[in-house]
Ligand binder design. Structure first.
Ligand SMILES: CC(C)=CC(=O)SCCNC(=O)CCNC(=O)[C@H](O)C(C)(C)COP(=O)(O)OP(=O)(O)OC[C@H]1O[C@@H](n2cnc3c(N)ncnc32)[C@H](O)[C@@H]1OP(=O)(O)O
Length: 143
């Protein structure tokens, strides 16, 4: 099932489980993240797992988290051994949506104008048309 990323980032439209396609590239090792836990899993270590890790704010999507997500996604897309990317949350929450406390420059009108998903969407822009070898799996439920 291919779903536009904008739909994923809009809680009113996003279903619980989504699949998006993106091409594979090369993965950078050893990156430390503040808001994410990033691992390779599976027998062949070919599944990239990105777990949101912003527990104090129920994984709210602050700028730092979004920037790290962008980097992690790009790293996995760049890794020729990664065949699937899973994005998951924590036991209590997948994500509480946009960070309504922390992001002074991400006010609600700004989000609605479409600025919010830009960083993540940029990493995907133009890629749907190219050859895809990597599945994106979003696991969890919006609150
Ligand atoms: C993506 C785009 C374009 C738009 C959007 O996403 S709009 C939606 C934005 N999200 C929200 O409005 C959700 C706000 N949060 C809530 O309504 C509630 O927190 C809840 C219903 C999701 C969960 O309620 P619960 O009682 O289980 O937990 P809380 O005590 O309310 O929250 C725990 C802790 O997390 C902080 N928190 C929760 N959501 C956010 C958020 N979106 N941004 C920043 N921080 C958030 C909450 O303040 C609390 O922290 P403190 O204990 O420090 O107060």
């Amino acid at each position: 099932m291919a779903v536009p990323l904008r739909a994923l980032l809009c809680p009113t439209q996003a279903p619980a489980h989504l699949l998006l396609r993106a091409p594979a590239r090369l993965c950078l090792a050893g990156t430390q993240f503040q808001y994410l836990v990033v691992e390779k899993k599976g027998e062949k270590q070919n599944v990239g797992v990105i777990q949101l890790n912003h527990p104090k704010a129920l994984n709210a999507l602050c700028d730092g988290l979004m920037n790290e997500m962008n980097q992690a996604l790009n790293d996995f897309e760049d890794d020729p051994h990664i065949g699937a990317i899973v994005i998951t949350g924590s036991e209590k929450a997948f994500a509480a949506g946009a960070d309504i406390k922390g992001d002074a420059d991400q006010n609600f009108p700004g989000m609605l104008r479409g600025q919010f998903p830009c960083t993540l969407e940029q990493s995907l822009s133009g890629q749907e048309a190219s050859h895809s070898s990597c599945e994106w799996i979003f696991s969890g439920q919006w609150l």
